[in-house]
Design a protein around this ligand. Structure first.
Ligand SMILES: [Zn+2]
Length: 98
């Protein structure tokens, strides 16, 4: 799930988007294709001040709630995925996590 992410995954938080009403909305209330409703409503990010690291923490916490994977595994996976999403747009070749 790391390579070629687009469509079907929120480009801010990396959550899978399964149904049309999970998509965020633009200024005019139309559905956007890029972001989920948790991240983006009426053309603005619901939490515009958060940075990429905040988002990784938040997403780790969400997935931890499901109780399926250990935190280290979730964090490692999200640290690969989230920097490459459209909202954060970090070059793939850049290594931010040592
Ligand atoms: Zn989202």
């Amino acid at each position: 799930m790391i390579a070629g992410i687009k469509g079907g995954v929120c480009q801010s938080c990396a959550m899978p988007i399964y149904t049309a009403d999970m998509y965020g909305t633009d200024l005019h209330g139309k559905k956007t294709e890029d972001y989920c409703i948790q991240c983006y409503r009426k053309g603005v990010f619901t939490d515009p001040d958060m940075d990429m690291f905040d988002m990784i923490d938040k997403s780790v916490a969400w997935i931890m709630n499901a109780g399926v994977y250990p935190e280290a595994h979730i964090r490692e996976t999200l640290s690969e995925i989230i920097p490459r999403l459209k909202r954060w747009n970090i070059p793939v070749t850049t290594h931010y996590f040592n």
